[in-house]
Design a protein around this ligand. Structure first.
Ligand code: HEC
Ligand code: HEC
Length: 265
């Protein structure tokens, strides 16, 4: 009897440990950074930069793509000899000031696509409040440049669309911003083409064991840029998988989906 009990305890502890492990693997996109920053008209550059650093490493989800090497340009360190983002931001587009370029990067990422990268960056002004957006711009300017963001920029910024909640809407309005992988798969319509755990269609590869064929990194890449690698035997169907998931999912959702699929061994 006590052996069975021990086994049960073992399984429970094991599961808990596993979930803790997985939770720690997921970048800190859901940390305790307050979702609503209140930065008044008299906010100092130092306060903005400090708030922006938290947005960058937390709710903004920026580190899901930036700073890992190949998926997105380095922002805090040198990028291909052009310096960190605060140094190169004023030189990207002729006649565009650093501040305006950085705002454009977050508001309309495809207006200028950094050379050598795919246009997968989500529209951040839909997910973050004006305070969070301008704070993160100040933080980026501080990487080798001059911080000229002021309380006025925040005051002038158009507020989020009514009903949208910062940090969960916009790029992540899919499934109401839910990070439940099943809800994401449902809302994204993956099963219109794929089978997973016995549900869905068979047009595209069965994803029930995708984790044994692909690493998390490869699954992430495939979702963000379906042309990056075509599943063996499905060459004729290349190009069918939608290319828009990168803009439909917010960073936390993307990570939840990737980890869920990667665990399907
Ligand atoms: C899903 C991946 C992804 C996420 C999340 C993401 N980015 Fe990006 N970002 C990219 C890629 C890829 C590029 C390069 C292509 C382009 O310019 O659109 C880029 C470009 C940029 C640029 C221009 C860089 C340059 O060298 O000119 C800035 C600034 C930037 N991102 C800031 C941010 C910030 C701040 C966040 C978080 C609030 C963020 N990004 C989140 C993928 C991402
Ligand atoms: C309109 C149909 C369609 C939808 C919707 C779709 N896919 Fe796909 N997907 C495909 C096809 C076709 C392939 C095989 C050809 C290829 O690799 O591009 C594929 C391949 C893949 C692969 C590689 C599988 C392997 O065995 O290597 C992954 C992973 C994947 N899709 C994930 C997803 C996820 C996650 C979603 C939802 C967010 C999704 N797909 C939505 C059609 C679709």
């Amino acid at each position: 009897m006590w052996v069975t009990n021990l086994k049960v305890v073992g399984v429970v502890l094991g599961t808990l440990a596993l979930y803790t492990l997985i939770a720690n693997e997921i970048p800190q996109v859901q940390s305790e950074v307050p979702q609503t920053l209140t930065l008044g008209a008299n906010v100092t550059p130092e306060q903005l930069v400090a708030a922006g650093e938290k947005v960058f490493n937390g709710i903004g989800g920026c580190t899901t793509c930036h700073g890992l090497g190949t998926r997105a340009p380095n922002l805090l360190t040198d990028e291909k000899g052009t310096g960190p983002i605060g140094v190169r931001c004023g030189k990207r587009e002729p006649g565009k000031r650093c501040k305006d370029y950085l705002f454009e990067s977050l508001d309309n990422p495809t207006a200028y696509v950094a050379p050598g990268y795919q246009p997968i960056m989500p529209v951040m002004t839909k997910q973050l409040s004006p305070e969070q957006v301008w704070a993160v711009i100040a933080f980026l300017e501080a990487q080798g440049g001059t911080v000229d963001v002021t309380g006025e920029d925040i005051a002038k910024a158009k507020p989020l669309t009514p009903g949208a909640s910062p940090g969960s809407a916009g790029g992540g309005s899919l499934a109401g911003g839910s990070t439940d992988p099943k809800a994401i798969i449902q809302a994204a319509g993956c099963l219109v083409c794929h089978k997973l755990d016995g549900q869905g269609q068979v047009i595209a590869p069965d994803l029930s064991h995708v984790g044994s064929r692909r690493t998390a990194e490869s699954i992430r890449k495939k979702i963000l840029d379906p042309a990056s690698s075509i599943a063996k035997g499905y060459e004729k169907l290349a190009g069918i998988m939608p290319k828009t998931f990168g803009t439909m999912l917010n960073a936390a959702q993307l990570e939840a989906l990737v980890q869920y699929l990667a665990a399907h061994k």
